[in-house]
Design a protein around this ligand. Structure first.
Ligand code: HEC
Length: 276
C-alpha cells in the first residue's frame, strides 16, 4: 500500500522478466510448432466438415443436392425477388441488436439503439486496458468489473432470446393474437371491432407498425396500440383511404379494402386505447 502505480507496475514487470528467464520456453521452435499443429488441426476439421456436407446432402425431385444432410443442402432454389411473404430475420447473434430496435422508438432514439449503444460498448471495451490498471485479478476483489460483466452477459442473453422469439408479422400467426388484443383493449364483445382486428392482422399493417408488442416498428410508423386516443373513427377511415392527405407518403392507400372493411378497421383502431 502507499506505493504508486508506476512502482508496482515496474515490480510486476521485473517479476515477469525473472519468471521468463527461469521457466520461459523459446519462441522457436516451441511456439511455432504449437501454432503449426493447431493450424493443421483447424484445416483438417474444415476439410472433414466439407466432406461430410458434400456426401450427406441428397437429391430431391426438384433437383440435385437440394436435400439437406446434417450440415445442410448443397444448393437451394434461386431466390425469388418478387416474394411478399418472406420475412427477413437476423442471424441469431444479431438478435439482441434486432430486439433493441423494438425497444427504442423511431426516430428519436433509434440512433441510440443502432449506433449509440454499440459504439459506447466498443469504446468502453477498447479503453479497458487504459482505465482498468489495477493488478488485482481475483474476481472476488473486482466487484464492479464482475457485476458489469454479469449484467452484460445477462442482458445480451435476454435480448437475444427476446429477439429470437419475437412475433413476426405473418398474418396467420398474428390472427391468433386477436383474442388477446380484444381482451387487453376491452372490445371482446364488439364483433365489428373483432373483424377489424382480424383484417388488421392479415393486411400487412404490422410489417410497419407495432401493436401491443407485435409487429415491426419500421419506416417511422408509430405504435398503434393507443391510436384510438388520437383519431376519431371517421378520421381513421379517411386516413386509411388516403394516407397522403395526412402527410403520410410511406403508407399506401387501403381504399381497395372497401368502405365496409375500412369501417371495421376504424372501429378496431378506435377501440385501441393502449396497453392497460
Ligand atoms: C409501408 C409501411 C406501412 C404500412 C404497411 C402501414 N402503415 Fe400505417 N403508417 C405508416 C407510417 C410511416 C405512418 C406515420 C406517418 C406519419 O407520421 O406521417 C403511419 C401512420 C398510420 C396511422 C396514423 C397513426 C398516428 O398516430 O398518427 C394509422 C392509423 C395507420 N398508419 C394505420 C395503418 C393500418 C390500419 C395499416 C394496415 C391496413 C397500416 N397503417 C399499414 C406506415 C405504414
Amino acid at each position: 500500500m502507499g506505493r504508486d502505480l508506476g512502482e508496482r507496475n515496474r515490480e510486476a514487470y521485473a517479476r515477469y522478466k525473472d519468471d521468463v528467464r527461469k521457466e520461459g520456453k523459446p519462441f522457436f521452435p516451441r511456439a511455432i510448432l504449437h501454432d503449426t499443429i493447431m493450424a493443421f488441426v483447424v484445416v483438417a476439421v474444415m476439410i472433414a466438415l466439407a466432406v461430410i456436407w458434400y456426401w450427406d446432402a441428397g437429391d430431391t425431385p426438384e433437383g440435385e443436392g437440394l436435400e439437406a444432410g446434417v450440415l445442410g443442402p448443397l444448393y437451394t432454389l434461386p431466390a425469388d425477388a418478387g416474394t411478399t411473404d418472406f420475412i427477413p430475420r437476423p442471424a441469431w447473434y444479431f438478435c439482441f441488436l434486432f430486439y433493441l430496435l423494438r425497444i427504442f422508438e423511431w426516430p428519436e432514439t433509434v440512433f441510440i439503439a443502432t449506433v449509440g449503444i454499440p459504439t459506447i460498448a466498443l469504446v468502453l471495451l477498447l479503453g479497458l486496458p487504459f482505465y482498468d490498471r489495477r493488478l488485482e485479478r481475483r474476481p472476488s476483489r473486482r466487484p464492479v468489473a464482475m457485476i458489469a460483466a454479469v449484467l452484460t452477459v445477462l442482458s445480451m442473453g435476454v435480448l437475444t432470446y427476446k429477439g429470437a422469439t419475437a412475433q413476426e408479422a405473418l398474418g396467420s400467426e398474428l390472427l391468433k393474437l386477436v383474442p388477446d388484443w380484444a381482451e387487453e383493449q376491452g372490445f371482446t364483445g364488439d364483433e365489428q371491432a373483432n373483424e377489424g382486428a382480424r383484417l388488421f392482422a392479415v393486411s400487412g399493417c404490422l410489417n410497419c407498425h407495432i401493436y401491443l408488442g407485435s409487429g415491426t416498428g419500421s419506416l417511422g410508423a408509430p405504435d398503434l396500440s393507443d391510436v384510438g386516443d388520437r383519431y376519431e373513427p371517421q378520421a381513421l377511415v379517411r386516413y386509411l383511404t388516403n394516407p397522403a392527405e395526412f402527410g403520410n407518403t410511406v403508407m399506401g392507400s387501403y381504399a381497395y379494402l372497401g368502405q365496409e372493411n375500412l369501417e371495421k378497421l376504424a372501429t378496431f383502431l378506435d377501440a385501441s386505447t393502449g396497453d392497460k
